[in-house]
Design a binder for this molecule. Structure first.
Ligand code: G1P
Length: 296
């Protein structure tokens, strides 16, 4: 077994119904934060964390994802001829940023099933899972995947990325109970419940779209029955994994945007624009105008 974390799995087969009608003909992973598709941010996170191969789980109708990440020499040449050198480099860089492998998930049977589809592509080695709806930024330090790989390198067990959420939000996430009190951002998983009602939630500690899993999760997923919502839940498989093995719950450092939610998406677009030299002043000015027009 290879012990180095070299691969990342990003499930991209979902329908994106929360963003209809935009996602009727367009993959939700291609929705841009200003001009960069959200999936490109997730792939960059993996690459920046030292990941060598990104496995995208796609459905049959997600051709535009492949088109975005593959090389288009004709388009590059066209841009060169027009003197648009920066733009030509921009689109070339996308196609060379990572080795990308595609696996088609024929039927949408849930997140656990999507991860199981990556079994052959991952093989017998630990891997990172990055969920597209969670955009996580840690401006002044290592990104969240990199932080989780550091934990794995030290403890050699699965790691679940988490943060506390408002009690009213527990029904949106996998919620965890720990065996012990968290120390230095680390605890050990005792139990995990998918999207519980507040009264059934064991805590407010929510899994926020980052996992580092050992390959023994695949054998468990093969036997995991449909759970919440009739779907094969990754949460249910992790809960079983934690019965036999240590599973670390890691309170990662970073600012998370729920870009699967419309307001979370708008917040990300605003915050990311405010960080860009080419946008900051204009956007700030606009916000000031909006505020003064809406004083009352
Ligand atoms: C999934 C997982 C859930 C996790 C969440 C993080 O839910 O099933 O356990 O907390 O992602 O974003 P989804 O949001 O895909 O319904």
């Amino acid at each position: 077994m290879n012990n180095k974390v070299r691969k990342a799995v990003i499930p991209c087969a979902g329908l994106g119904t929360r963003f209809l009608p935009a996602t009727k003909a367009m993959a939700k992973e291609m929705l841009p934060i200003v001009d960069i598709p959200t999936l490109q941010y997730q792939i960059k996170e993996a690459v920046d964390a030292g990941i060598e191969e990104v496995i995208l789980i796609i459905s049959n109708n997600k051709e535009e994802i492949k088109k975005h990440f593959q090389r288009d020499i004709d388009y590059e040449n066209y841009l060169y001829e027009k003197g648009k050198y920066e733009e030509a480099k921009l689109i070339k860089d996308i196609s060379t940023m990572a080795k990308i492998t595609y696996v088609v998930q024929e039927e949408q049977k849930g997140l656990g099933h999507a991860i199981l589809c990556a079994k052959e592509a991952v093989g017998d080695e630990p891997f990172v899972v990055i969920l597209g709806d969670d955009l996580i930024i840690n401006e002044n330090g290592k990104n969240v995947s990199s932080q989780m790989i550091d934990i794995y390198d030290k403890y050699h067990c699965s790691v679940i990325g988490c943060q506390n959420v408002e009690p009213s939000q527990v029904n949106k996430y996998g919620i965890m109970a720990l065996k012990n009190k968290m120390e230095n951002r680390i605890g050990y998983l005792l139990d995990m419940v998918e999207k519980p009602k507040l009264e059934d939630a064991p805590s407010t500690l929510a899994c926020l779209g980052r996992y580092l899993l050992t390959s023994d999760i695949f054998a468990i997923l093969e036997n995991t029955k449909p759970g919440k919502g009739g779907e094969i839940q990754l949460t249910d498989a992790i809960k079983i994994l934690a019965k036999d093995k240590d599973v670390i719950v890691y309170d990662f450092v970073g600012n998370r945007y729920d870009i699967g939610d419309k307001f979370g998406y708008v917040k990300a677009v605003i915050d990311f624009s405010l960080k860009r030299d080419d946008m900051k002043d204009k956007v700030l000015n606009h916000i000031k105008n909006v505020l003064s027009d809406n004083k009352d």
